[in-house]
Design a protein around this ligand. Structure first.
Ligand code: KG4
Length: 348
């Protein structure tokens, strides 16, 4: 279907805009907010304010990179949730205003829906092989950890999810205990490359079914460090790489344990990953090896498309547009917005 869509992502601390033309992503601009580093986590009020400052320049850049003028736009899409309410509000308000002012269609996209479809992002120069339905997506970010079964572009179900912390939070909280800067996931990943993943063992919570729990694991790391530091105050400095490698190994093993079970139960032959933690080298290597050993095709999108970005919102919006699933001006941001609820609303 011939169409040009402007897409906006503002669910957390990245302001991003993209243009998609006939299913091909023409531009994808991202303004990341560095301000949160000094606070050791995302400060919602500062994130919202930064989105307000960034959104107009980022949209201008996306239109200009795509060589698209406003009059070419058939629809404007934005993330409606889940995410930080003040952050979502900026993108949703902008999109609603844009749709009114330029008389184009409005499309609300669930952030998780978009992460699952990141493997379908295609540009003029980047045309990767695509997963076939049904496939499983392991969605692992700072705010979400879910195993999602995708039956179709617009039909997905959650078969497992964290009951407490997300995998990214587990990385970040453990990194904080080790005195590493925020966000700690990439630092643990980097230091883990020189460490022994079997040096230390931590408690892995046993949760029934396909769900995850990471809060008990983080507490186990905390108690272990307290005990060791009481004996040797320099324990962390002397064992930093081994600690990072062991923590990473444990988190990856916890993620893989449920993922293997889910792949076996559903019988899917295609597997993708999404979310910031999908950048983790240990996780990427383990998923790739799992795929090779079990004849499962794995799709690991480049990092720019696994973290928060508007290109994935654009792809999800394109598939909603094709099915004429557009929204009205009553569309509201939803801080908590499960995929189940989103697809239920779709079907009404
Ligand atoms: O999807 P994302 O960019 O945004 C939010 O969820 O807000 O994910 C951010 C998360 C952070 O927890 C960060 O530490 C983690 O992704 N992360 C990583 C790596 N790169 C980013 N975790 C482990 N290893 C990495 N290489």
């Amino acid at each position: 279907m011939k169409t040009t869509i402007l897409a906006i992502e503002s669910s957390c601390d990245d302001t991003s805009a993209a243009v998609i033309h006939n299913g091909i992503v023409k531009s994808n601009c991202i303004a990341s907010q560095k301000i949160h580093e000094r606070y050791g986590g995302v400060v919602p009020e500062l994130a919202s304010r930064s989105h307000q400052q960034n959104i107009v320049p980022v949209v201008h850049q996306a239109l200009s990179d795509a060589g698209t003028s406003i009059s070419d736009i058939d629809a404007v899409a934005c993330t409606v949730g889940p995410g930080l309410l003040g952050s979502l509000l900026v993108g949703v308000s902008f999109a609603k205003g844009f749709a009114l002012a330029h008389e184009c269609k409005l499309i609300g996209v669930n952030h998780l829906h978009a992460h699952v479809l990141a493997s379908f992002i295609e540009t003029e120069t980047y045309k990767p092989p695509k997963p076939q339905f049904p496939f499983i997506c392991l969605l692992v970010s700072g705010g979400n950890t879910q195993i999602i079964l995708a039956h179709d572009y617009n039909r997905m179900e959650i078969i497992g999810a964290t009951i407490d912390d997300a995998a990214g939070e587990a990385f970040d909280k453990c990194a904080k205990l080790l005195g590493l800067p925020y966000p700690g996931g990439p630092h643990i990943d980097r230091l883990a490359q020189q460490g022994n993943p079997y040096a230390f063992a931590f408690n892995k919570p046993q949760i029934a079914g396909y769900d995850y729990s990471f809060s008990g694991f983080k507490t186990s790391v905390l108690y272990f460090l307290q005990k060791e530091i009481a004996k040797n105050p320099d324990f962390i400095q002397q064992n930093l790489s081994d600690l990072c490698a062991s923590i990473q190994h444990c988190i990856v093993e916890m993620l893989m344990h449920k993922l293997r079970k889910a792949v076996k139960k559903t019988g899917v032959k295609h597997l993708t990953i999404g979310g910031g933690v999908a950048a983790n080298s240990g996780l990427r290597n383990t998923i790739q090896a799992f795929g090779e050993q079990n004849a499962i095709a794995t799709y690991l999108p480049p990092l720019v498309y696994t973290t928060d970005n508007a290109a994935m919102i654009a792809v999800a919006a394109y598939h909603k547009y094709i099915e004429k699933r557009v929204c009205s001006q009553t569309m509201k941001p939803q801080a908590r917005y499960s995929l189940d609820k989103y697809f239920r609303e779709f079907d009404n």
